[in-house]
Design a protein around this ligand. Structure first.
Ligand SMILES: *[C@@H]1O[C@H](CO)[C@@H](O)[C@H](O)[C@H]1NC(C)=O
Ligand SMILES: *[C@@H]1O[C@H](CO)[C@@H](O)[C@H](O)[C@H]1NC(C)=O
Length: 210
């Protein structure tokens, strides 16, 4: 543009009008480009639209669930989850995963952290965690409820995973999204004193929210 000025200084007035028009054109071109890029990003996102990761319960074994003073709990639970990325073109980074067990809305183990990991397209991973707690305070009704479950013959636990995930499309990585997973473990629990750990039924699908 500066070259135009140098070449024809005589037509300054006329040039001013042209430059104004030029600015308008450049502005229009840029906004058109911007809109196009936005539409392409939106389109790619809609086509690739990520599906939530899937989790299912492989196994949950209760090794210990003992009360003292009727409100302090010692617990020990071994957990294995199967994690699957159902997306064909999107990878998933899992960060800050924390696992714990709950019984009738009460947390019965402390949080156990899982190491962060990356899950490629349609990959699966087994996640194992040892959950437990020593002297965890629980509601006074806990002991009564466990005994009642024992007479019914089954105990229902919630195994929960909280964390964050990032989507990876090509070389682009998204921001962090909150991940919450809830698995329901139904454990057969008869009146006879068990010789081994109490084990859950296998293959239960967990609910996931992102
Ligand atoms: C916990 O309770 C089980 C029975 O449910 C018993 O066999 C075991 O000895 C107890 N463990 C402790 C550490 O008290
Ligand atoms: C819980 O664990 C603590 C520490 O290991 C122990 O002193 C206590 O007796 C245990 N209580 C039960 C009910 O097993």
């Amino acid at each position: 543009m500066s070259q135009l000025f140098i070449k024809s200084p005589k037509h300054c007035g006329k040039q001013g009008v042209n430059i104004e028009k030029l600015y308008k054109k450049v502005f229009l071109a840029f906004s058109a480009l911007f809109t196009t890029i936005l539409s392409i990003i939106l389109l790619v996102w809609l086509i690739l639209r990520p599906t939530k990761p899937q989790f299912s319960l492989k196994e949950a074994d209760i090794y210990q669930l003992n009360l003292s003073n009727s409100h302090l709990l010692n617990s020990s639970i071994q957990l294995t989850l199967l994690s699957k990325n159902p997306n064909q073109k999107i990878g998933i980074y899992y960060d800050e995963l924390q696992v714990y067990a709950a019984y009738k809305g009460q947390q019965i183990t402390v949080y156990t952290s899982l190491p962060p990991f990356y899950q490629g397209h349609e990959d699966s991973n087994l996640l194992s965690a040892s959950l437990g707690g020593t002297g965890l305070p629980v509601a006074p009704s806990f002991g009564y409820q466990v005994v009642r479950d024992q007479t019914v013959g089954r105990l229902v636990l919630n195994l929960k995973v909280n964390g964050r995930l990032r989507w990876k499309v090509g070389t682009w990585v998204s921001g962090r999204y909150r991940l919450n997973v809830n698995c329901v473990a139904v454990v057969a629990f008869g009146p006879a004193i068990p010789t081994g750990p109490l084990s859950s039924e296998q293959g239960t699908q967990c609910s996931t929210s992102v």
